[in-house]
Design a protein around this ligand. Structure first.
Ligand SMILES: Nc1ncnc2c1ncn2[C@@H]1O[C@H](COP(=O)(O)OP(=O)(O)OP(=O)(O)O)[C@@H](O)[C@H]1O
Ligand SMILES: [Mg+2]
Length: 247
């Protein structure tokens, strides 16, 4: 199967702290990889290295066969990398539709002019509708994002990350802070993501992580403690020890 993302001995230091150490991983087309691990394990730092928001202090990162180790984030995004953040990253005072249109038109800075009323663009509107309607959020398009429930905001974020049609999608704790009912909705949304996309998912909800993952990576103190099928990881005594120890 073709490799979408390859990390070779990737490392990141913050002063004396080794946040990510010697991290090697490959992700194939369509694969779902769940990354779990206690607080401070280095999971978000790893995503920041993959997306380019942080520069690695060692190692090499390949996206779709290209060395992107020193490539800025917007160029990685243009290559097909999408992501969501641990804390929501929407414009709270703008409406759902305005947030969506910003994401849609941001992809084509040469074709759309910023001062033009965004809603005048027929094609982006259609795309916004196509993104929001399946989530039941088209009806809420004129509501400021701040008036949505946290679960709905999470759904909007995932939809916006999907706007450019990414081939690799990084999701940092998409169910954090959600109620059980909201978690079920986001879980179903993630289950429905097309298999054309490779998904790396940081997830603290073990029900969601074990269900979605083809493969699980357990991070501890910046390193890979275990990398295996969900069943094998569930039975791994060292993994159990670390979770019990950090609970
Ligand atoms: N910009 C930074 N400067 C200094 N230290 C940082 C920075 N970002 C992260 N760290 C440290 O690196 C370590 C890993 O942090 P990271 O946020 O990657 O953990 P995490 O696995 O995502 O944790 P959580 O589950 O709480 O989100 C932590 O000790 C954190 O304090
Ligand atoms: Mg984190």
């Amino acid at each position: 199967m073709s490799i979408r993302l390859r990390l070779e001995r990737v490392a990141r230091r913050f002063g004396g702290l080794q946040a990510v150490v010697d991290f090697s991983l490959t992700a194939s087309a369509g694969e779902r990889i769940a990354i779990i691990g206690p607080n401070g394990a280095g999971k978000t730092t790893l995503f920041n290295l993959i997306s380019g928001e942080l520069a690695p202090t060692g190692g090499r990162i390949e996206l779709l066969g290209r060395d992107v180790t020193r490539m800025p984030p917007h160029r990685r995004a243009a290559l097909g990398l999408g992501r969501t953040y641990q804390l929501t990253n929407l414009f709270p005072r703008l409406s759902v539709l305005e947030n969506t249109l910003l994401a849609v038109v941001a992809l084509r800075p040469m074709r759309y002019v910023a001062w033009w009323p965004l809603a005048a663009y027929r094609d982006p509107l259609d795309r916004a509708q196509a993104l929001l309607a399946p989530l039941g959020l088209w009806e809420r398009r004129d509501d400021p994002v701040a008036e949505l429930s946290y679960g709905e905001q999470r759904q909007v974020e995932i939809a916006l990350a999907m706007a450019p049609g990414p081939t690799v999608l990084l999701l940092d704790e998409p169910t954090s802070g959600l109620s059980a009912a909201e978690t079920r909705i986001v879980h179903a949304l993630l289950q429905g993501l097309p298999r054309t996309i490779t998904v790396l998912l940081i997830e603290h909800d073990m029900g969601v992580a074990f269900d979605l993952a083809d493969r699980m990576v357990v991070m501890h103190q910046g390193r890979i403690l275990a990398e295996d099928t969900p069943e094998a990881v569930r039975r791994n005594p060292r993994v159990q020890e670390i979770y019990l120890g950090s609970a």
